[in-house]
Design a binder for this molecule. Structure first.
Ligand code: BGC
Length: 354
């Protein structure tokens, strides 16, 4: 199959890594290429870094990208460890337009989870599996009988009145120069909370710290079984490639069926379908990555950074697409809880009072 080889890219808080992946067996096909995450880690700068990775491999096919934030239908919803201007950017479109390749983004921890469940420590594991990636942030991934619950942001739960991630990520361990014991005990408190809330059957520890589990496993005192991830730091890019493969294939399929049904409905009622199909293609919240964007959107986003030509999701009224506040102290509530427009009583005869 042609689309078996996918370029996997893992955008992290400190580095951006890439490698071509055989999505059939999760094998990395060429040595990994890594560059430092740019500062600022704005859409423009990260896009440039991604382009660099693609150029390095002279890549021509589909690309999967792990990103350290919530991704819903191609839109970034949170950005705890990257520039906040990412929020509400259509990352799929931005990267596809800039690279002229089909690029599909997924939350970085979800990507790592997918890879671990398919090829690593979670392989064939049923029940509830919680995978934690311990790096710049804490990524949390939950599987129920092998099925992913996406965009879980439990790294941001409150622990002693503070964002848990700010107390026990690997970055914090390094920053505060904590001994493994000190850090391990802190992390254990976090694990106890995870256990109390989720009661998984298995916890897999991934991310940067997964290479050093022998240094801190003895300080972890939860009842749930804990194992280190097997794919270590490569899980992110392997999983990003896996996710891209299935999205790419889905798009190809739905692209075909859409064009079929479009031509059918066109011939049925000409006048109606004309306006309908127009508004449909305009307001699509999950646009297929097309190499060219319309200049219209570019000229509109004057005040935005050049590299982020993506307008806000068109389906939503402005008030709805308001960026969610960064989850600091609570578990992230996803965009289901985006502010609802307040029902305004319509004054019938009087002019507006407010
Ligand atoms: C982000 C998550 C991400 C995790 C690991 C957290 O700060 O909120 O979306 O998966 O870091 O990078």
């Amino acid at each position: 199959m042609k689309s078996q080889k996918i370029l996997g890219i893992d955008i992290g808080g400190s580095g951006i890594k890439g490698a071509p992946v055989d999505s059939k067996n999760g094998k990395i096909l060429e040595s990994r290429f890594r560059i430092e995450t740019p500062d600022p880690s704005s859409p423009k700068d990260i896009t440039e870094a991604v382009v660099q990775v693609i150029k390095h491999f002279k890549w021509k096919g589909p690309v999967g990208c792990g990103f350290p934030g919530v991704i819903q239908k191609g839109f970034v919803r949170t950005a705890a460890n990257v520039d906040k201007s990412w929020i509400d950017t259509n990352i799929n479109k931005l990267l596809s337009d800039s690279t002229k390749l089909p690029v599909f983004a997924i939350n970085d921890a979800d990507a790592a989870g997918l890879a671990e469940m398919k090829f690593g420590a979670g392989k064939d594991k049923k029940g509830v599996v919680l995978l934690l990636t311990i790096g710049t942030g804490i990524g949390t991934v939950l599987f129920s009988n092998g099925k992913l619950v996406p965009n879980l942001e439990m790294g941001h739960i409150e622990l002693h009145g503070m964002d848990a991630e700010k107390q026990c990520s690997d970055a914090v361990r390094k920053e505060l120069v904590l001994s493994w014991e000190e850090w391990g005990k802190k992390f254990n408190e976090y694990l106890l909370t995870m256990q109390a809330l989720l009661w998984p059957d298995l916890i897999i520890l991934g991310g940067g710290a997964s290479k050093k589990t022998d240094k801190f496993l003895e300080f972890l005192k939860v009842k749930v079984k804990i194992v280190p991830a097997k794919l270590l730091n490569e899980a992110g890019l392997v999983g990003a490639a896996l996710a891209a493969k299935s999205q790419y294939e889905q798009e190809k399929k739905s692209g075909k069926s859409k064009s079929k049904s479009k031509s059918k409905s066109k011939s049925k009622s000409k006048s109606k379908s004309k306006s309908k199909s127009k508004s449909k293609s305009k307001s699509k919240s999950n646009p297929e990555p097309k190499p060219k964007s319309k200049s219209k959107s570019k000229s509109k986003s004057k005040s935005k950074s050049k590299s982020n030509p993506e307008p806000k999701p068109k389906l939503k009224p402005k008030s709805k697409s308001k960026p969610e506040p960064e989850p600091k102290l609570k578990p992230k509530s996803n965009s289901k809880s985006e502010p609802k427009p307040k029902p305004k009583p319509k004054p019938k005869s009087k002019p507006k009072t407010k």
